[in-house]
Design a binder for this molecule. Structure first.
Ligand SMILES: [Zn+2]
Length: 213
């Protein structure tokens, strides 16, 4: 008998969503979030997911240049070494590759530098641009958050502090846009037994989520 609640580890529940089986509800919720903000992704084992090694991050976006791995708790050190190996191999074989590691609660940042989840980047820095940085695959000590461009509505991981600007048009981005807040709210709060009936409306902003009855 184990009466200690803190000792009970919640098992990951495989979750069907969008025609895929995700390894946990947490991963499925981030998939829903990306659907709502219009990010196209490949999940592990999808035909267009390109793998580089035994360990694989959850999601591949930007035609393989960017990967995302999501877990409720911070990645363990052994897993981090596998992640570094993955990025190193991908970088050598296909050019610049970045991996964002995300953990924590899905939710909207109150301010740019204060989000419920933590998003950090693992990549190799260009030694010409960052001459002081070691040319290794280091986990950046910089916080990122999803940001939306106020001009072209592109959404991508962006610096969570400083002065983030859009990768396409250079305009300011915000991590607290109404579309992003709506997507966080839906991804965090939708009951999973409702998902079979979920219809996503992506074309019109702000994003709308409807439950079919
Ligand atoms: Zn833009």
């Amino acid at each position: 008998m184990n009466n200690s609640k803190s000792a009970i580890k919640v098992p990951a529940l495989s979750t069907a969503y969008g025609g895929r089986i995700f390894g946990s509800r947490y991963k499925a919720r981030w998939a829903l979030f990306m659907d709502l903000i219009g990010i196209e992704y490949a999940y592990r084992h999808d035909g267009n997911y390109q793998s580089f090694g035994a360990w694989e991050p959850d999601f591949c976006v930007d035609a393989g240049a960017t990967y995302l791995h999501v877990s409720p708790l911070p990645i363990e050190s052994e897993r981090l070494n596998q992640a570094k190996f993955f990025v190193e191999k991908a970088n050598a074989e296909q050019g610049f590759t970045q991996l964002f590691l995300i953990h924590g609660r899905i939710g909207a940042p109150r301010r740019a530098d204060d989000s419920p989840y933590v998003m950090r980047r693992l990549c190799k820095h260009d030694s010409r641009s960052f001459p002081k940085d070691p040319p290794s695959f280091a986990l950046e000590d910089i916080r990122y958050a999803w940001g939306e461009c106020a001009n072209c509505f592109d959404v991508s991981p962006n610096f969570a502090d400083g002065d983030p600007s859009c990768r396409f048009c250079g305009e300011d981005t915000t991590c607290t846009s109404e579309a992003l807040k709506e997507a966080y709210r839906a991804a965090q709060s939708i009951k999973l037994d409702s998902w079979a009936n979920l219809r996503l409306t992506l074309a019109v902003r702000p994003t709308k989520v409807e439950l079919l009855t």
